[in-house]
Design a protein around this ligand. Structure first.
Ligand SMILES: C[S@@+](CC[C@H](N)C(=O)[O-])C[C@H]1O[C@@H](n2cnc3c(N)ncnc32)[C@H](O)[C@@H]1O
Length: 240
């Protein structure tokens, strides 16, 4: 079962809206505790001394906004990978929203983003973080809870598909950041990544962008172009 704590009270979680979360918590074999703080839910860590995790949407967007007052978008590999150029801003379908890191960057570039997430815990954190977030760029965001494959079947009208599946990172030399550790312990790895990749490619949109660890192999086949950063690589597939 999950536990929701709000203003010191434990709220009931036996309604159908919590079925997926309760089911997942049962499969995981432990209680998941979410606490309402500063206008949104935060997930307690499984380790006693770690702070809970949550998505600070406004804070992140304002941080990006400040940063891009001083730094050119053209220096951002993600902006180049999705094809931001001059005043042009592609419409992006982010199939793997996760903790919204890349999605909020895309929004701060000025792209309209459709962001999809299937995992019940991550979905819950996103939906709760969106409840009170107010940054003006959020009018460009459409959150799509559910499976990427169903969204792809509806032939979305976007310019770019962005795909960042969970991977086993054999090259990781240091221990992962707290959020990544908790995230991995919940989400595991996305075994259907190649299938989703092929489905995305079949849509023949302007671009498909796949995020990979810098040293990792391509997800399936060689990209048209690669943008290589310190730890990350963006593999870009142009439609042929
Ligand atoms: C590596 S994380 C994405 C991180 C994200 N790009 C960020 O910057 O925070 C992958 C996320 O995509 C979700 N995901 C993977 N495959 C999916 C699919 N087929 N449909 C919907 N969500 C998917 C996972 O549940 C996970 O939350």
């Amino acid at each position: 079962m999950i536990k929701l704590i709000k203003e010191g009270r434990i709220l009931p979680t036996n309604g159908p809206e919590f079925d997926d979360l309760n089911k997942f918590s049962g499969q995981l074999g432990r209680e998941l505790v979410f606490e309402w703080l500063e206008g949104q839910y935060w997930l307690h860590s499984d380790l006693p001394r770690e702070r809970p995790i949550g998505i600070e949407i406004d804070k992140e967007l304002f941080r990006h906004e400040e940063y891009f007052k001083k730094s050119s978008l053209q220096k951002e590999l993600l902006a180049r990978a999705v094809g931001v150029k001059g005043p042009y801003r592609p419409k992006v379908l982010d199939l793997t929203a996760g903790m919204l890191g890349d999605c909020l960057l895309l929004l701060s570039f000025g792209c309209e983003v459709w962001a999809c997430e299937r995992h019940p815990v991550i979905r819950f954190l996103i939906e709760s973080a969106l409840m009170n977030a107010q940054h003006p760029k959020l009018k460009l965001l459409h959150f799509l809870p559910g499976e990427a494959s169903s969204i792809l079947e509806a032939a979305p009208s976007v310019d770019v598909i962005y795909f960042d599946p969970m991977f086993e990172d054999a090259n990781e030399k240091t221990s992962p950041r707290k959020e990544m550790r908790i995230f991995r312990s919940l989400v595991g790895s996305d075994e259907d990544a190649v299938q989703i990749f092929k489905k995305s490619l079949d849509l023949k949109l302007k671009r498909l962008v796949v995020k990979r660890p810098r040293q990792s192999a391509c997800l399936f086949r060689k990209p048209s172009v690669e943008y290589i950063g310190k730890s990350t690589r963006y593999d870009v597939y142009f439609s042929v």
